[in-house]
Every structure is written in structure tokens, then in C-alpha cells.
Design a protein around this ligand. Sequence first.
Ligand code: GLU
Length: 325
Amino acid sequence: MTSPRIRILATGGTIAGSAGSAIERGYRPGQIGVAELLSAAQALGLDARFDGRDIAAIGSQDIGWAHWNALHMSIFDALLDDDTDGIIVTHGTDTAEETAFLLDLTLQAGKPVVLVGAMRPADAVGSDGMRNLSNAVRVAGDELAAGRGVLVVMSDQVFAAIDVRKAATGGAEAFRGFPRGPIANVTPTSLDWFGPPDRTGRGARFAWPDGLPRVSILTAYAGMEPDAVQCALSGGAQGLVLAGLGQGNAPTPVLDALAKAGVPVVRSSRVDQGSVDRNLEVDDDALGFVAARGLGPAKARILLQVLLANGIADPVRMQAEFDRR
Ligand code: GLU
């Protein structure tokens, strides 16, 4: 068998981060470009052929429409390129779940697309970057990685974009999946899928839009004031996501203000795990809300943006998309 041809698209993050010393506490993400990443990957002697592109050199807290647009275009090109078998995106971990899910919603699933990051900078003692990159190469070069949507590889585990969350601020094992945990275990020399590819159809779920509308997340807390809703609307929000209490709840005055907001409202939870379902304690039918189901606030926001950008604003149709897996 010939070695898989992997395209690496670099965006920055800790995997490209440098502290300047192996024991320095502070560091700067996005210091290492794709050329350096490629030669480091090549030096590992992995069974793959590489080429690469620099998309950005940022901490992923600064990612936004322009980067996403460039990234989407580059992946789209690589998907059409007969000389590329799989695509790896190196990315900061802070917003990896948002980028992965946005790409998952808008790309066809015919070739593996894998996001990978690191929790420790490249020059730190015990850096996880090259281990994670080697694992990502293993996944991106595997035919069985296609047909599962965009994947995220961290700490010897593979997660589907729809499930993955950054669940810890530190430590190499910072990612979790919900409702599914990891869908495979991976090392540089092994890859064990827990089931067959599960995505129905290989086409993109949504068209790539010309832009994404402003959607704000409002985090609920005891005593939350309803004027947060008006504040978001005055800032130009065209949709709102409630990062609610428990099952997507909020103080009654806030729910009243959301019902009158005049823009689509999605109820998610500030709790790390668990589904937000319709009409349990909050009367979604009467108030016109959409329940986020298994999506946390950050990914619920991405889906709401993509729906609005594709002209889908009817709550029943929106709910069907939030129900879909
Ligand atoms: N905040 C930076 C980012 O998300 C560094 C964190 C990381 O990559 O782990 O890019």
C-alpha cells in the first residue's frame, strides 16, 4: 500500500506555541508555521507524505469569519484534489469545538478531516503536540475515518465534532465527548474504531454561507437581570442562545424577555453535560423557543448562525435540525 498523502493546514494555537524555554510557564500560541510543523512531522518517520499551507498564526480565541472562510476554502480544495487523501487542521484548543462543528456542518464527508491541537507548547517538557499530530496523521490516513464528519484528535482519542468539548482548562486530557465519548482510540501505531462510519450521506449538510450573522450567548445565573436580552439585541444580535441553568432554564423575567425578543432563541445549558429537551419545565411551544438538545452553548450558537445564514428561521424547522445527529 502507498503512504497516504496528507495536507496540513496550520492556524496556530498551542500546538504551534513556544515558551522559549522547556520550563517557562507563560508562552505564546501560533509561533510555529506549517513548514516547521511539516519538517517535525517528517522527522518522526511517519508513514505518510505531507504538504501544507499556513492559514493563520493565531490563538484560536481570535478566530472568526475571515479565518473560517479561508480554512473552508482550503479544505474544499483539498477535498477535490486527487493527490490528497486526508486533511489535518492544526488549531488552538479553546475554540476547536466551534471550528470543528462549523466545518462538520458545511463540508462533505468523503475524505478524513481532522482537527488537532495541544495543551502544552512545542518546547515544553512533556509537550503533547507531536504525539497528537502523529495520532492525527494516523487518523487522516485511514479510509475508515471518512464518512464520520469532522474529527478532533486529542490525547490518544478521536472525537466526532458534534460530540466534542474542551472540558478542562489544563492537562493533556482536556477534551471530552457528549453524548458519545471518544469514537476511537489512537496511537501513532494503532487505531481502533468503536463502530463503522455513521454519517448518513456524504454531502454537506448546509451550504457555506457568505457570512455568519451575529448571535449572542447569554449565560444564566441566580438573579440574572432581563436587561441582558435588550443589551444583546441593541448590539445587533439576530439570534440568541441561552446558556441556561440546568435544563436550559432562567429566571422568569429573563424567559419573558427572551419570548419577546423578536429573534430566534435557542435554550442550551451552562451545565457541562446533558441534553436540553423541549417543554419540560419551560413551555417552548408557547414561548417559541428551540431546545439545543445535546449541543452546548458554543456549538448551539454555531448551528443557529448556520441556519440563519441559510435562511432557516422557522422554529419547527430549526428544532428538527437541533434534533438531528
Ligand atoms: N488560547 C490558545 C488557543 O486556543 C491556546 C490554547 C491551546 O491551543 O491550547 O489557541
